[in-house]
Design a protein around this ligand. Structure first.
Ligand SMILES: [Mg+2]
Length: 245
């Protein structure tokens, strides 16, 4: 192992955004809860069962927006028409609910700003200083704006996010395609790349892609689940990996 806490044949590091680089996983979770609780209450009245943190971890976190809507509603036995990507926010379709969620998310980000995990930023700087290549791999369509808002665009050689995936027709996490595309663009075989993820769907993607080392970032007390989904190592902050000052 190197002083970065990685096997010494690793040449590239692929980082998830929300929950790994930025503290936006909690903002996403809050926006999803606002969306689904309003939807379920409108449908079931007082008999409604709220959207929980477990629902977020299992069905939504890490997935592309429309897949998050579809997967959670399916868990409650609800199927909505797909609709169209430009459905007005709040339309009773998969895309309409997804667009409403994005509206709620952006309102929260505008009000509160975006904060980064310093431990992650320092780690990425150390990774780059040792000559490893870096990519950001996110399901988010807001990835570029979020990176720009924290001044971190320059930390990544390659970006594969929700916008790039849609342009190239790549399926999102838990499929491995977005991570594989990033590794290919960096010119590094998957076995020589490490994946850093906080979401179970993201860990599934790393495992399915045959990546050399999987680091689970446990921000929500789900270390055991991250291990069960394939993590080689679980940390609560990337500073735990090194390097020692
Ligand atoms: Mg994440």
């Amino acid at each position: 192992m190197t002083d970065l806490g990685l096997p010494d044949d690793i040449l590239a590091c692929l980082f998830d955004l929300d929950g790994v680089v930025t503290k936006t996983a909690v903002v996403h979770a809050a926006a999803w809860k606002e969306l689904f609780d309003a939807f379920l209450r409108g449908r079931d009245g007082d008999a409604f069962r709220p959207f929980t943190a477990t629902d977020y971890d299992r069905y939504v976190d890490g997935r592309p927006r429309a897949a998050g809507v579809r997967t959670f509603l399916a868990s409650r036995g609800i199927a909505l028409p797909e609709g169209a990507p430009d459905d007005p926010p709040g339309t009773r379709t998969v895309h309409g609910l997804g667009n409403r969620k994005n509206e709620l998310l952006l309102a929260r980000i505008r009000a509160d700003g975006v904060a980064a995990y310093d431990g992650t930023l320092h780690y990425i700087e150390a990774v780059r200083a040792r000559g490893l290549r870096t990519a950001i791999v996110s399901s988010s369509a807001n990835c570029r704006d979020v990176l720009r808002s924290i001044g971190a665009e320059g930390l990544f050689d390659v970006r594969v996010d929700g916008v790039v995936a849609a342009e190239r027709g790549l399926p999102g996490k838990p499929e491995p395609d977005t991570f594989l595309a990033a590794a290919r663009e960096l010119g590094v075989p998957p076995a020589r790349a490490a994946v850093f993820e906080d979401a179970l769907a993201g860990m599934d993607a790393g495992l399915a892609g045959g990546f050399g080392y999987l680091v689970g970032v446990d921000r929500a007390g789900q270390a055991e689940a991250l291990h069960a989904h394939g993590a080689d190592r679980v940390v609560t902050d990337l500073a735990e990996l090194g390097p020692r000052a």
